[in-house]
Every structure is written in structure tokens, then in C-alpha cells.
Design a protein around this ligand. Structure first.
Ligand SMILES: [Zn+2]
Length: 292
């Protein structure tokens, strides 16, 4: 029933013209960054067909360069940057769509998991929402210990099957116009880590990814969006040129490259929901409902 009501609301809002107004007027000269994790290829292609008609795809390098110069005039109207987090093996099935529509997407890869048979720690949790909320509040060393005790999982543990992209797949992505960014080594919640761990996650992840793709890795995305000023300082000091957060919002030439906002797109969103999420309306409504 909840899904049905959500669907009706999405259809109504899509047809209301509000998404058009936001996209064509308010956000016309801004950059929209969106974020996926592990969408099915047919769902992703349906979304991309919509984006292709209504936006202009740009790369993370174009966006960051424009911010650094403070000039947005050479970016197209309604610029859209597609980012994909974690580096799930299923992302390889999106490559043909990315190539077909010439999309310079960025994959923020968890460097210690891609190219291995290791698994993501957050996928071990049976009731992800509730367990995640508890684990988000405790120090990182306690989180690691609890996951080892409760779920028999540790960062370097190898399983029978890989869940992340192989080295060859990441190279193929990077060689066909995609950007590879770092999403740390093992996806800890950085604001819960000691400084030494933060430093290690920033440096080692970049070194490992650079070794895999043979190109500089200068863009970073915060796991789960968790951060504080000290984390941002370390991302900057360890040589990255940008940092993508999970704050909703658009990018303009005054945006800090180390606080890039984005709109999350649900991996299984139907086209109406995706249309609301990409224009920012979904986040605006969510904030209004949550503030009640
Ligand atoms: Zn992530």
C-alpha cells in the first residue's frame, strides 16, 4: 500500500511541472550530481534515457576544474554528473550503457575490496537499517570488533565469490572515459576513526587504485557521508582534489570541491521516482516531512 501511494505521489508530482521548473529554471546553470550503488542494467538504462533527453553529461574533472577556476561558463546548461559508489561487480553491466550514451561517470571504488574476493562489511548485516544505526554511533575499532564477533567478518577475509569489480573491469572502465575515485580502503565511517586510520584509508586506497588503473586518482567520496572537519582536512592534505558528500544540493562555482553535494537515486527507482530524485524535489520533500 505504501509503495502504491508513493507511486501515485511520484506520478502526480512528475506531471505537475515542478521537476521541469526546478531543472529548467532554478538549476539550469548549476551542476547536478547523482549517485547510484548497484542498479540493474535495464533500470539504469531507462533512467539514462531520461537524463540524456533532459541533461548534459559532464565529468568530475570538468566540474572540479570549473570550481577551481571559479568559472562555470564553459559547462553546459543542466550539467549532470553520474557517480556510482562502492564498485559492485554488477556495475560492469552498466558499462555498455555508459559507452552508448558517452557518459563520463565516476566510480568511487572501495580499494581494498575491488579486485579481490573480499566482501563489504555492511552487506553482512542481516537487518541493515537497525544494525547500521547502532554501528554508526560507536568508535570504528568497536565496530570492527562487533562485526568480527557477531558476523564472523573482517576486512581481509576472502570469500568464495567476488562481489566487487575485478581489476580488469576497473581498467576497462577507466580506459573508456570513466573516472575512478577512492571510496577508502574498507569503507569505515571516517568520523568514527582515529586520525591514523583516516590517513591510512586516504593514502592506501589511492595508491592501490592508482596501481590498478595506472592513472592518478584524485577524487574521493565519503563512505556513508560520515565526516567532520578533521576528516575533510585529511582528504585535502593527502592530495585529493575533491570530496563528494551525501548532502543534497546542487554545485555552483562557489561550492567547495571538498563538499560536493549530490542527490541519491534509489537503485530500483521507477522512472517517475528517478525524475523526482534527479531534480532534487525528492530531497526537498523528504526534508519537509522529516522536519515535522
Ligand atoms: Zn559506499
Amino acid at each position: 500500500m505504501k509503495k502504491f501511494i508513493e507511486h501515485l505521489v511520484c506520478c502526480f508530482l512528475t506531471w505537475s511541472g515542478l521537476p521541469w521548473l526546478i531543472r529548467e529554471v532554478y538549476a539550469r546553470r548549476k551542476v547536478t550530481i547523482i549517485n547510484y550503488h548497484n542498479p540493474e542494467p535495464d533500470v539504469f538504462e531507462e533512467h539514462v534515457r531520461f537524463y540524456d533527453k533532459n541533461y548534459n553529461f559532464v565529468s568530475i574533472d570538468q566540474v572540479v576544474k570549473s570550481i577551481e577556476k571559479g568559472i562555470f561558463s564553459h559547462l553546459p546548461n543542466k550539467s549532470l554528473l553520474i557517480t556510482i559508489d562502492d564498485g559492485y561487480s554488477g556495475n560492469a553491466q552498466l558499462f555498455s550503457t555508459l559507452r552508448k550514451y558517452r557518459i563520463p561517470a565516476v566510480i568511487y571504488a572501495v580499494a581494498g575490496v575491488v579486485g579481490t574476493r573480499r566482501h563489504f562489511w555492511f552487506d553482512q548485516l542481516p537487518h541493515r537499517g537497525q544494525s547500521m544505526r547502532v554501528l554508526k554511533r560507536i568508535p570504528d575499532s568497536d565496530r570492527r570488533m562487533r562485526i568480527r564477533i557477531d558476523y564472523d567478518h573482517w576486512d581481509e577475509k576472502e570469500y568464495d565469490n567476488p562481489v566487487a569489480l575485478s581489476n580488469e573491469e576497473i581498467c576497462a572502465f577507466a580506459d573508456s572515459g570513466g573516472s575512478v575515485g577512492s571510496h577508502t580502503l574498507f569503507h569505515p565511517l571516517l568520523d568514527r576513526c582515529d586520525e591514523e586510520v583516516v590517513l591510512n584509508e586516504c593514502i592506501m586506497s589511492r595508491e592501490r587504485l592508482e596501481k590498478i588503473i595506472g592513472k592518478p586518482v584524485v577524487h574521493f567520496a565519503l563512505p556513508n557521508g560520515n565526516m567532520n572537519q578533521s576528516v575533510l582536512n585529511w582528504v585535502q592534505r593527502t592530495g585529493y582534489r575533491s570530496c563528494r558528500t551525501t548532502f543534497p544540493g546542487w554545485v555552483n562555482c562557489k561550492t567547495s570541491p571538498f563538499l560536493l553535494p549530490n542527490f541519491g537515486i534509489a537503485d530500483n527507482a521507477n522512472i517517475h521516482k528517478a525524475a523526482l530524485q534527479v531534480c532534487g524535489l525528492w530531497s526537498i520533500l523528504k526534508r519537509l516531512i522529516d522536519s515535522d
